[in-house]
Design a protein around this ligand. Structure first.
Ligand SMILES: [Zn+2]
Length: 329
């Protein structure tokens, strides 16, 4: 079974993270992890290990900012560091412009506009691109793309399940089952988010999650907090995304837990293992899932809310017209 992995790396909070980074009295860097100093070197180690473990594998790296999504690396070509630095430079310049304009313009138009919080607005676009990339790869390598992949995957699973009872005869029954297994390409996505959730894209991300699930694509996620600030919340969107698709979600508890090789260790011990081997290896226990919804108007967490019967947006107060799709409710 060959493997593909598409990594979605969020660059949106980089300027914010650089400002928050600190050193201790001995001059030792205490985090949070920075893209070019910590995340990219750790990803290189991870991808080398991924290629070594899966010789016929395919990987690609997609970076996203709040306004842009770009593929910056793939198997055979390596990682384009110049492209990443260009995106980071753009992002830093934009962040400075946004800060100059805040709070008068941002506060009125964006929920949770807060200069102490950096929001990742490109995640849903990045995950959408990743699903499309996997579909395109499978279309080239497996006729029928994702739909066919799902069918082949189910055939292979049932073939391997029946093999347990069938023993010797199964080995010689026919070559179709073996062929099916060889044709399976296990695909997954790893999302690395560096800021907080952008709630207006909740619907988009959940649509991606169900599309990925129906195609048998597993989505793993890693959230890198900017600071130890308790107000900085863990991502409910990522925890739901990984729960729906059967992936893993975790976050290092402190910014210091992202640097000095810690990030490499997390990537190798938690995320290197492929989906089919995780049941055997009992992977690390990761974050619990938060099922609470968020109000689309205010971004507040809610236990009970009003749901639009057309687009399924959730609101904490009763409305005559849905703010998302404009339909009468
Ligand atoms: Zn609606």
């Amino acid at each position: 079974m060959s493997q593909t992995i598409t990594i979605v790396l969020d660059l949106a909070a980089e300027a914010h993270r650089a400002r928050l980074s600190t050193v201790d009295s001995k001059g030792r860097f205490k985090g949070p992890a920075l893209i070019h100093l910590h995340v990219i070197p750790s990803l290189k180690v991870f991808l080398n290990a991924f290629e070594a473990a899966n010789p016929s594998s395919y990987w690609s790296l997609i970076c996203c900012t709040n306004t842009k999504v770009e593929t910056v690396g793939r198997t055979g070509e390596g990682i384009d560091l110049d492209a990443i630095m260009r995106m980071l430079d753009d992002r830093v310049k934009k962040a400075e412009v946004e800060e100059d304009a805040a709070p008068t313009t941002l506060a009125s138009s964006e929920p949770k506009a807060n200069p102490n919080i950096s929001i990742s607005k490109g995640i849903s676009a990045g995950v959408t691109t990743a699903v499309c990339r996997i579909n395109s790869y499978l279309n080239k390598n497996l006729p029928g793309g994702l739909a066919n992949r799902k069918r082949k995957h189910e055939t292979a699973l049932s073939a391997s399940a029946s093999g347990a009872d069938d023993g010797f005869t199964n080995l010689h029954k026919n070559s179709d089952e073996a062929k099916s297994q060889n044709n399976v390409i296990e695909s997954r996505i790893l999302v690395i988010q560096t800021g907080e959730d952008w709630m207006p894209h909740y619907n988009n991300l959940m649509n991606c999650a169900f599309a990925a699930k129906s195609a048998g694509v597993c989505v793993d996620a890693l959230q890198l907090f900017c600071s130890s600030d308790k107000n900085e919340e863990r991502s409910s969107m990522l925890s739901q995304l990984t729960h729906i698709t059967g992936g893993l979600f975790m976050r290092p508890p402190t910014p210091a837990g992202q640097v000095h090789g810690a990030l490499t260790q997390i990537l190798l011990t938690v995320y290197l293992v492929n989906k089919s081997s995780r049941n055997v290896l009992s992977p690390v226990v990761v974050e619990t899932v938060e099922f609470k919804g968020r109000c689309y108007e205010t971004g507040n967490k809610i236990d009970i809310g009003f749901v639009c019967n057309l687009c399924l947006s959730v609101f904490e107060r009763k409305l005559d017209t849905c703010l998302t799709c404009g339909s009468k409710v």
